[in-house]
Design a protein around this ligand. Structure first.
Ligand code: NAD
Ligand code: DAU
Length: 350
């Protein structure tokens, strides 16, 4: 029976992870610690907020005293560490926010766990959720494996790479029982509309331009978020201590082809004439240092732990669009206030 601290559980991936663990493991106690930044939203967890094994605490992972008090009060046996600043474009504008949360926040969590566990690592796990972006950018061929050398190129990916290194340092130096997974691009419900897929869905609904950076030739490897959190569940319970697992959908799309697929499906679902959403595509100034291609080799996870993605992309995208069309209130809430300011700053200069 675990008492798990999930960090960042009110965000996109964190909310799916929290839901999965709260529902699937009623005997576990789940405490969700989240600062509720612009990206954290308790509406993402409405359906489980009254479950007896779920508790929410608003707080910052860089606050070491808070973490010490929480570890001491709750006697956590495990950490599922999701909290992060996660958007590459924001990291270009404000790198220190990323270094603060992603680097210092992760180090503070490790320190609090180390102090509380005090060398008694029986039945303990510190699981760090990371990204494929730590490996840098691929050319037209090849895949990232668990042994690919780190080569992060944005402030976001450098901060995540740094946090991965610190997690491994605690494993090697203090024998902290850590696990790390590095996943490719996720998509699905509750995805904040600053990221490509939900941003385009939101803009298509509102007949607004679809901003494509550069020529739209950059490639990402997309995985349905529920498949990512299923992989985390499998690694958490069956993965080896000290190991890293890559998670990916083997599902590469150029940005332009992906957006065209979104346009095609949305014209259909909204009953608009074929081709009308594609007319919204607008090429804008490229992202600084834009990584060309990410692609994950997930064969270690498949072979050792038997995980496989469950959804084909066209089906996952269809489910995702349906969710956004059925949850326009959620979209309205998250795109008011701070979002309007961000959008103007981010896109009007391009
Ligand atoms: P997100 O931005 O949607 O959510 C991040 C959450 O962390 C929010 O709820 C936010 O309020 C919280 N948070 C931020 N700073 C905090 C702080 N200082 N203290 C406490 N809480 C804080 O992010 P996401 O897309 O769900 O990503 C979750 C994790 O998965 C991140 O570590 C990210 O690097 C990793 N990841 C994301 C993807 C992806 O495609 N989204 C892919 C691979 C890995
Ligand atoms: O690979 C995993 C990573 O995927 C995660 O670690 C990050 O947290 C997550 O944000 C995501 O990073 P990306 O930068 O790949 O995702 P984003 O949705 O921002 O962009 C996807 C691609 O689309 C990328 O090549 C940039 C491009 N893009 C993005 C936006 C927001 C555009 O062309 N136009 C846009 O407006």
């Amino acid at each position: 029976m675990h008492k798990i601290l999930i960090t960042g559980g009110a965000g996109f991936i964190g909310s799916h992870l929290t839901r999965l663990f709260v529902r699937k493991y009623p005997g576990y106690t789940i405490v969700n610690l989240d600062k509720l930044t612009y990206a954290g939203n308790l509406e993402n967890l409405r359906d489980i907020e009254n479950e007896p094994n779920y508790h929410f605490i608003k707080g910052d992972i860089t606050d070491l005293n808070l973490l010490r008090n929480l570890f001491s009060a709750h006697k956590f046996t495990a950490v599922l560490h999701c909290a992060a600043e996660s958007h590459v474009d924001r990291s270009i504008t404000d790198p220190l926010a990323f270094i603060n949360t992603n680097v210092l926040g992760t180090a503070s969590l490790l320190q609090a766990a180390k102090e509380e566990w005090a060398g008694d690592y029986e039945n303990k796990i510190f699981y760090h959720i990371s990204t494929d972006e730590v490996y840098g950018s691929l050319g037209e061929t090849g895949f990232f494996t668990e042994t690919t050398a780190y080569d992060p190129r944005s402030p976001y990916s450098a901060s995540k790479a740094s946090s991965d290194h610190i997690v491994r340092a605690f494993y090697h130096t203090y024998k902290m029982p850590v696990k790390i997974s590095n996943c490719s691009n996720n998509y699905g419900p509750y995805h904040f509309p600053e990221k490509l897929i939900p941003l385009c869905i939101h803009n298509i609904i509102n007949n607004k331009p679809l901003p494509i950076y550069g020529k739209g030739e950059n490639v990402r490897d997309w995985l349905f978020v529920e498949d990512h959190v299923r992989a985390i569940d499998v690694i958490f319970h069956n993965g080896k201590i000290g190991e890293t697992y890559n998670i990916g959908g083997h599902n590469e799309w150029t940005n332009i082809n992906l957006v065209k697929e979104l346009c095609r499906q949305m014209d259909d679902k909204l009953g608009r004439p074929k081709g009308s959403s594609e007319k919204l595509i607008t090429y804008v100034t490229d992202r600084a240092g834009h990584d060309l291609r990410y692609a994950i080799d997930a064969s270690k996870l498949k072979k050792e732990l038997g995980w496989m993605p469950s959804l084909q992309f066209e089906e996952g995208i269809s489910k995702t669009i349906d969710w956004y069309l059925a949850n326009t209130e959620w979209l309205k809430h998250v795109t008011s206030g701070e979002y309007q300011h961000y959008y103007t700053e981010q896109y009007h200069k391009r």
